[in-house]
Design a protein around this ligand. Structure first.
Ligand code: 6PG
Length: 470
């Protein structure tokens, strides 16, 4: 098979291996570079007869791939990516294309693009979403790089990608340099917000109303059959139904509540702050995971505050939670897309929001029926500044916002934390206010710091001596 392999894969862990098998199955024989001969053989054995070959030697690996070579890295983000690139660099030839398919920080992608492209090599930063099963059977992919190189890998990536209901491949060139990794980062920020929202509703059902996991699973499954249809809803009810074989108990009840994170949600929030874009549902989802890790403090807090004499959760929650989730979901997507618009302008990505929404319709973690509507909203109006300003989306919010408010009210009255749902309703109320109370903030700033303010009745910049000087 030497010299005839079509694609190189570096990093043969779960994602790399499965994507390699997906490529091989779709007619693109893959060379895999492993860290040892044993791992190289193991890769071949796991392939079950699919056309792949494992190598432990980078030179042999490169020699086996047809030129110009597409080589994907699926290694942990950060230093490992730089280490692999440093090892490859002396062995590459002009027009070889390195595709970093990990969750890299977008500024690292810019640096790596500049470096490799400066040397005449191609470089793509590509978000890959869908986990193990997505990689194997069709992920959603978000590449960023040059148009010319995109056309070279397009047929192959389209073939292995997930397909939306209308058959469209869930991969498209997002824009230049780090655009693909940026889009993937925001995808993950939305992922954090949606996961947090579902967990708050689960909390209400489980700890507020005392429903069993099986009962909650049935509710979530019924939601998944309609407007709330989506991967995260689906896996939630599957998780809630899972019984631990060892103990016979519901496994989710046995899982520690300290949530981990690898950084993409935090990067979304950090960069949103830098861009000056409000994404509170994402920010609070990151904060909620952080708070979850303060287990000892929470144990002390639980003993100190107890129930605080709060009322139990209103049974209305059962009726309002579904629409609350629908509204909060729309608001979370809206924040993510507004961040993408700002980033596109700031970093020169020229992102097309309908394209982004369209390739998230299948394969990725935040895929949902609602993404079809988002795609439609941005196709009808490519310059839509905020998804919540779309007429049809506004109709959904008009129908569901009361239930979101009622849900938040009942959860808060019962002392059940619902930061994501709460931030979402506050964001909606901010967006729909023609006049906010920030005039007072401006006056306060001017009072203590002479920061000046603008008036609504006169042009210019003003400063006032608010109280007589002493
Ligand atoms: C995906 C996921 C994937 C990964 C998350 C997990 O789109 O397939 O987002 O990239 O599972 O990064 O992130 P945390 O560990 O930060 O929750």
């Amino acid at each position: 098979m030497s010299e005839h392999l079509e694609f190189g894969m570096i990093g043969l862990g779960t994602m790399g291996r499965n994507l390699a098998f997906n490529l091989a199955e779709n007619g693109y024989p893959v060379a895999g570079l492993a860290t040892s001969e044993e791992k190289a053989r193991n890769f071949e054995n796991l392939a079950n007869g699919l056309p792949v070959r494992g190598f432990a030697d980078p030179k042999q690996f490169l020699a086996s791939i047809r030129k110009p070579r597409p080589i994907m890295l699926l290694v942990p983000a950060g230093q490992p990516v730089d280490d692999v690139i440093a090892e490859l660099k002396p062995l590459l030839e002009p027009d070889d294309l390195i595709i970093d398919g990990g969750n890299s920080y977008f500024k690292d992608t810019d640096r790596r693009s500049a470096d490799l492209e400066g040397l005449g090599f191609g470089f793509f930063g590509m978000g890959v979403s869908g986990g193990e099963s997505g990689a194997r059977h069709g992920p959603s992919m978000m590449p960023g790089g040059s148009e010319r190189l995109w056309e070279r890998v397009r047929p192959l990536l389209e073939k292995v990608s997930a397909k939306a209901e209308d058959g469209a491949p869930c991969v498209a060139l997002m824009g230049p340099h780090s655009s693909g990794h940026y889009v993937k980062t925001v995808h993950n920020g939305i992922e954090y917000a949606l996961m947090q929202g579902v967990s708050e509703i689960y909390d209400g059902f489980r700890n507020g109303l005392g429903l069993s996991n099986a009962e909650i699973a049935d509710i979530f499954e019924s939601w998944d059959a309609a407007e709330l249809k989506g991967f995260l809803m689906q896996i939630s009810y599957q998780v809630l139904r899972y019984t631990d074989p060892g103990t016979g108990q519901s496994l989710v009840d046995l899982i520690s509540d300290k949530a981990k994170q690898k950084g993409t949600g935090k990067w979304t929030s950090q960069d949103a702050m830098d861009l000056g874009v409000p994404v509170p549902s994402i920010d609070i989802a990151v904060a909620a995971r952080e708070l979850s890790s303060y287990k000892d403090d929470r144990l002390t807090g639980a003993a100190l505050y107890g129930t605080m004499g709060l009322t139990s959760l209103s049974s209305d929650f059962k009726q309002t939670a579904r629409n609350a989730m629908m509204a909060a979901m729309a608001i979370a997507y809206a924040q993510g897309f507004s961040q993408l618009s700002a980033a596109s302008a700031e970093y020169g990505y020229s992102l097309k929001m309908d394209k982004v929404a369209s390739i998230w319709r299948a394969g990725c973690i935040i895929r949902s029926a609602f993404l079809q509507q988002i795609t439609h909203a941005f196709t009808s109006n490519p310059n839509l500044p905020n998804l919540l300003l779309d007429k049809e989306v506004s109709e959904i919010l008009s129908k569901t916002h009361r239930d979101l408010r009622a849900t938040v009210q009942s959860l808060m009255a019962a002392g059940i934390p619902c930061p994501m749902l709460c931030s979402s309703v506050a964001y909606l109320d901010g967006i729909r206010r023609a006049k906010l109370p920030t005039n007072l903030i401006q006056a306060q700033r001017d009072y203590f710091g002479a920061h000046t303010y603008e008036r609504i009745d006169q042009e210019g910049t003003f400063h006032t001596q608010w109280v007589p000087e002493v």
